[in-house]
Design a protein around this ligand. Structure first.
Ligand code: GLN
Length: 192
């Protein structure tokens, strides 16, 4: 199974490490041909407005938009913002794969980053609270009817699932758990 990680900017290598812990080699995605033969892609955390600019510059915007409609995609923080149907604070274009509004930087600035336990919804794996690292995280609002909440923080949704799309506002690649990556790999396997 070939898993890609959008590698134009942001927290790429922690995902490569997680995947290799699980016996899967991650592949850098920097240009349209890198999307070929992928079973799924991770859009990492970073700065979504910079990613937007770089995606256009690399001629990846349109191919990625098609890819995320067909194949499993997991967006983390900035990556989740890229996937949202609507982005505010400020407004910006997006891939529109996840029926949700993302409010950028809603949990505060870089210096207000925090680690908090996030609570799984009952149907998620073996359902125990997990550590969540929040860094200038977006808030998810106005979830569409097909969007399932996988994890919450104080009753606010922080990890979502809709069909082949996963999104988390926190950074699972920065903690020791690899359950989240396992879950994504399972989605990729099932859709292969
Ligand atoms: N605040 C960033 C943005 O708007 C996301 C931060 C992150 O990915 N940790 O894109």
């Amino acid at each position: 199974m070939k898993i890609g990680i959008l590698s134009l900017q942001g927290a790429v290598s922690p995902h490569l490490d997680k995947l290799s812990e699980l016996g899967v080699r991650g592949h850098w995605v920097k240009q349209p041909k890198d999307l070929e033969d992928l079973s799924g892609i991770i859009l990492p955390g970073g700065e979504s407005s910079t990613m937007l600019h770089l995606l256009r510059k690399a001629h990846l915007w349109e191919p990625l938009k098609l890819f995320v409609q067909k194949k499993p995609t997991w967006g983390i923080c900035a990556g989740a913002i890229l996937l949202a149907k609507e982005v505010v604070s400020p407004q910006q274009p997006s891939l529109e794969a996840l029926d949700v509004r993302a409010v950028r930087n809603a949990y505060g600035r870089q210096t207000e980053s925090f680690i908090e336990r996030v609570k799984p919804s009952v149907q998620w794996m073996d359902a125990e609270p997990m550590e969540g690292v929040f860094i200038r995280a977006p808030r998810f609002e106005t979830l569409g009817p097909q969007v399932k909440i996988l994890f919450s923080l104080d009753s606010e949704p922080v990890m979502l699932h809709q069909g082949k799309t996963l999104a988390s506002s926190f950074h699972p690649e920065l903690t020791s758990a690899n359950k989240f990556h396992q879950f994504f790999l399972k989605l990729c396997q099932e859709s292969c």
